[in-house]
Design a protein around this ligand. Structure first.
Ligand code: ZN
Length: 650
């Protein structure tokens, strides 16, 4: 089975999962089909709700004479009358519900293979949240033991190996690492239903993160038993790709309607506020008075519709870089979910999430509340401000927040300051935090919308960054002429050209690291600027085109001449993506770098970072933009890893 990454945001991804019965787009929802009692048929689901894949239970099929015979005779696809991909569970959940089941681990693998499922699941040991660590560890070890034997019998079938380990992050991590060494096609995160039933979302977040940290990044991850849309955006943002829902039918049987932020009982509703095909064609009284069987089917359809709309919303949010907004909005609708977001503010988790966070996005960052400042791209921004960036001078002049771009709003003041004295730094005290004036067009400083009044935690956070940045410096808050008078008149002021040079140096430092500006922009500099917007477009040094600046986010794209400079002056492996030697002719021919050809590279490279492409002898081949992290490039066997911009030809 193949899995390919197509788009990404946060640690979430849009992928293509290729199965023998068709390709599905992830994140995806797999409705649970009870083969004994099919309320909405998989065929209808596909036609009406764009459902691409379903999940059913191989244990239930194997224990029912009629179902078993039909499945063995016409395959699971014949049994469910569905020609799309089918995944099966193995009876693990039944053993959790009933205490134990009569089934051997290998017996259920062989049965799943015999009935032709696309992805079968091993019989793992369900770890419950109330287990002691010793009990959880025993269950986890048994799961790994069974996984090791089961993969030997998978044959052509895709196999899912669930991560267990109860609520103990170290066990989840260890289990994930062990399972990742095996020939698996999918990794479900198991044993989480009791956490979700009791809205223990903080524990759920810890479990997902610990599992993801240990898992092979090149394989899809399934959050087992997560069927309520409330949890979907957060789970996707943390890296889950698949969900399964029995909630749509279970709730329908109890006359409960799923909504994006919770569930409501039919009897508590006086109007149907939803615009799905069911709610728009039935009056609520009709629905209330309809026969039980019909009502269940109608509510199940509504539930499926709502769930699929949420999945599509998430995929759209990923495409435009708005997944964190969706996560935070959803959390504001449920206090337990809101609490769970606090986990993401912990340094350890921010470090992990930052690795997968794209370096720029199509859309601006919108503030939604106190959790916004914890987003990985803002964590990165502040880390780079404190570790890479350095204010050059001892005197800092601070301006209050204003209309963006700041350097245009404060143009007269800035010109007056720099004419008098070029040896000062200028900061804007913005709601996002301190913004050095020459970074004011760069992502995310310019591409962010924060309200005038922000929460106390963000104010405190911004103050810390400000204090760190200006430590030991003389800070002057702009007060018109008084401030100018305080500045010592220097002989030579700064011209517009100097300010442009400052801007390219500042942006290079924030984008590539300290001192990279000296490497990239050595020699006689000349700039091409847009006549209309006055923005910098291209940077030349000694007539070589080094970088271009993207108008949308003020970041650089690396040209070949820039790559040659970085390659010559920055030691291996920084900025490199190393491709195996037999892929070299393809790169020289202008093709993209595919993940299966990548041997290694710089683990500091982030998604959408600029990079240089080299062969195994560190010979430069070209420059481009990373679509994956280097760990992902190594893990994935399919899809593009680097989009090549310019290459060296023979
Ligand atoms: Zn509806």
């Amino acid at each position: 089975m193949k899995f390919e990454l197509k788009d990404r945001d946060a640690s979430g991804r849009i992928g293509k999962l290729y199965t023998p019965h068709g390709t599905i787009t992830t994140p995806s929802l797999l409705p649970v089909i009870n083969p004994n009692k099919i309320a909405v048929s998989p065929k209808e689901m596909k036609k009406q709700f764009d459902i691409e894949m379903v999940i059913t239970n191989s244990y239930i099929i194997s224990k029912h004479k009629g179902l078993k015979e039909k499945a063995l005779d016409s395959g699971v696809h014949g049994l469910l009358d569905f020609n799309g991909p089918i995944m099966t569970d193995s009876g693990t959940f039944q053993s959790y519900i009933y205490g134990s089941i009569n089934m051997e681990p290998l017996e259920i693998i062989k049965f799943q293979k015999e009935i032709g499922v696309d992805i079968g699941t091993i019989l793992d040991v369900f770890g419950t949240p109330n287990q002691t660590k010793t009990e959880a560890e025993q269950g986890m070890k048994e799961t790994i033991k069974r996984a090791k034997i089961s993969v030997l019998y998978k044959g052509e079938m895709g196999i899912a190996l669930p991560v267990q380990g109860s609520i103990y992050p170290e066990l989840r991590f260890a289990c994930a690492q062990q399972l990742s060494k095996l020939d698996a096609d999918l990794f479900p995160i198991g044993g989480v239903v009791p956490l979700m039933e009791n809205q223990r979302y903080t524990d759920l977040v810890k479990v997902i993160l610990a599992s993801k940290k240990g898992l092979d990044p090149g394989k899809p991850v399934h959050l087992f038993g997560a069927g309520h849309p409330l949890i979907f955006p957060l789970a996707v943002a943390l890296g889950c790709d698949l969900f399964d829902s029995s909630a749509y039918i279970k709730y329908a049987q109890e006359d409960r309607l799923i909504f994006s932020n919770g569930t409501q009982h039919l009897k508590d509703l006086e109007e149907l506020s939803c615009c799905c095909p069911i709610c728009s064609s039935y009056h609520i009284n009709e629905l209330k008075k309809s026969e039980k069987i019909q009502r269940t089917k109608l509510i199940a359809e509504h539930n499926l519709y709502i769930s699929m709309v949420e999945i599509k919303k998430i995929r759209n949010a990923i495409r435009v870089g708005k997944l964190w907004e969706l996560v935070e909005q959803k959390a504001s609708e449920n206090p337990q979910l809101y609490n769970a977001l606090s986990v993401l503010g912990k340094k350890e988790e921010q470090e992990y999430l930052e690795k997968h966070e794209p370096v720029y996005k199509k859309k601006a960052i919108f503030y939604t509340g106190p959790h916004t400042i914890n987003r990985p791209q803002l964590y990165r921004m502040n880390q780079r401000l404190q570790q890479w960036y350095q204010l050059a001078h001892d005197t800092i002049i601070v301006f209050p927040e204003s209309t963006k771009p700041y350097h245009v709003t404060y143009e007269q003041e800035i010109t007056a300051i720099y004419r008098r004295n070029p040896n000062v730094d200028i900061l804007i005290n913005s709601s996002l935090g301190p913004v050095p004036i020459f970074l004011d067009e760069m992502y995310p400083f310019a591409q962010s919308e924060f309200p005038e009044f922000i929460d106390q935690a963000t104010i405190k956070h911004n103050k810390q960054v400000f204090n760190h940045l200006t430590k030991g410096k003389k800070v002057l808050y702009w007060d018109g002429k008084k401030t100018l008078e305080l500045l010592k008149q220097e002989k030579k002021g700064m011209t517009q050209l100097d300010m442009d040079i400052k801007r390219i140096q500042n942006v290079a430092t924030m984008q590539f690291g300290r001192n990279t500006d000296k490497i990239l922009f050595k020699g006689k500099k000349s700039l091409v600027k847009s006549k209309k917007t006055r923005k910098i477009r291209n940077v030349y040094c000694d007539d070589d085109h080094i970088v271009s600046m993207r108008a949308s986010d003020g970041m650089f794209t690396l040209k070949l001449a820039g790559g040659i400079r970085l390659h010559a002056h920055v030691p291996f492996p920084r900025f490199r993506v190393v491709v195996q030697n037999d892929a070299v002719p393809f790169i020289k021919d202008g093709k993209s770098v595919f993940a299966k050809f990548v041997k290694g590279g710089d683990i500091q490279l982030r998604p959408y970072d600029e990079c240089i492409i080299v062969d195994q002898q560190d010979q430069l081949l070209g420059v481009g933009r990373c679509l994956l992290t280097v760990d992902e490039m190594i893990a994935f066997s399919f899809g593009q890893a680097v989009k090549v911009r310019e290459h060296i030809s023979d």
